[in-house]
Design a protein around this ligand. Structure first.
Ligand SMILES: Nc1nc2c(c(=O)[nH]1)N[C@H]1C(S)=C(S)[C@@H](COP(=O)(O)O)O[C@H]1N2
Ligand SMILES: [Mo]
Length: 376
């Protein structure tokens, strides 16, 4: 038996139209570019090449760029689906390959759809599940992002004449004969609404006044001391070592190693700062922190504010047991070795006895249960 293969011309829904495709494509170009640029920034902060510079102010800048990363990624999902819907009859266009450029173009669309789909689903799962892939996720997500943005550029370049034609043409002459199903305007409106709902459902994780209506913003409602907890002390295996009477902070400088008990740290001059935790997953929340500023601590041990400092946690097993504070941050009075959170002694899940909280940094670098600082 031979199954009939449909022909491209048999798909008559009004949304299969280059004007619809181009409009959604334009929106997708904006959300995807925003997502790519903000993702690149986040990657560079976490893996800084020597030429890269990220300031310590404004304190909430990363909160904004990473919030945008997640929001624009979420917005891209319904837009991508709508765009694929509007063009899928082309899959049935015949002949399959008309020319070499046509073959290259079809191949680039395959790479584009695959990589875009991969980025959006892995990103969404990461937002929802909190690092199910360990190291694997950020690296692959980063690599495939280049594939996606590259194939988008090729795609836009190839389609530019069509995009221009579709977006500049006056509509009157080509109003279609009434066909069954959603009108073009109806399709665009539905796409816009779905995108809006998806954005509102996630944005509450980082935009305070949307918190109440955001289904996906559950993270911000859990945790002690009015702040979400990313990884608990129990999960990190530090419940005993963090509470041990023998706990000391070691500060290693070219002059030697200075050690501090918790009481000795409390006796140093304290600084209070209002700073957000801005997780790479997109949630963020501000809190009031109190502790010793890095410049104060470095001067107390004979080191220079502005030197690079490696931070080590009591946590040995996890991926986030250490971080590096660049000079820009160790010279900033708002970079704290925090002992208190929202007016109380730091809860063990937030890093007791002490943790790093620095302005304008990804949450993943705000190391908890600190035991050693090394001037590099
Ligand atoms: N030692 C250690 N520090 C850590 C982490 C961790 O897993 N281990 N998680 C980081 C991440 S991803 C975030 S978002 C913040 C969250 O801090 P909180 O749990 O106090 O809100 O802690 C950071 N510090
Ligand atoms: Mo995080």
């Amino acid at each position: 038996m031979k199954l009939p293969v449909p022909d491209e011309k048999q798909f008559t829904a009004p949304a299969h139209n280059e004007r619809v495709t181009s409009k959604i494509g334009l929106a997708l170009a904006v959300t995807f570019t925003t997502c790519f640029v903000t993702g690149l920034i986040s990657h560079l902060i976490q893996h800084p090449p020597s030429w890269f510079f990220w300031p310590s102010r404004p304190v909430g800048l990363y909160r904004v760029t990473q919030g945008l990363h997640v929001i624009s990624g979420v917005a891209s999902i319904p837009l991508l689906l709508a765009k694929l819907w509007s063009v899928y009859p082309k899959l049935f266009g015949r002949p399959l390959v008309r020319s070499l450029p046509h073959a290259v173009e079809r191949l680039s669309i395959l790479v584009l759809s695959g990589s875009a789909f991969f980025e959006l689903t892995t990103g969404l799962l990461n937002v929802a599940q909190n690092y199910p892939w360990g190291f694997y996720f950020p690296q692959v997500h980063y690599a495939v992002a280049w594939l996606a943005i590259g194939s988008i550029l090729v795609h836009v370049a190839v389609k530019l004449p069509i995009i221009r034609r579709a977006l500049t043409r006056v509509t009157a002459e080509e109003e279609p004969p009434p066909a069954a199903g959603l009108s073009r305007r109806g399709f665009l409106l539905t796409t816009g609404l779905t995108t809006g709902v998806a954005v509102v459902a996630t944005a509450g994780a980082t935009v305070p006044f949307l918190r109440g209506v955001s289904g996906l913003a559950w993270k911000t409602s859990k945790g002690t001391q009015n702040l979400p907890v990313n990884r608990t002390a129990a999960a990190a295996g530090v419940t005993q070592s963090a509470r041990a009477a023998s706990w000391r902070l070691a500060v290693v400088t070219p002059r030697g190693t200075a050690t501090f008990s918790l009481d000795e740290l409390r006796a140093l001059p304290q600084t209070t700062a209002e700073l957000p935790i801005a997780c790479v997953e997109g949630w963020s929340q501000s809190a009031t922190w109190r502790g010793i500023s890095l410049p104060t601590l470095l001067k107390a041990t004979g080191a220079q504010p502005g030197t690079t400092v490696r931070v080590s946690s009591l946590e040995r097993s996890g991926l986030y047991g250490s971080s590096v504070l660049p000079g820009e941050h160790t010279a900033d009075e708002l970079t704290l070795l925090a002992l208190e959170l929202n007016g109380e002694v730091l809860d063990i899940d937030h890093g007791f006895p002490c943790r790093i909280i620095a302005p304008n940094r990804p949450g993943v670098l705000q190391t908890k249960w600190v035991t050693k600082l090394e001037a590099l």
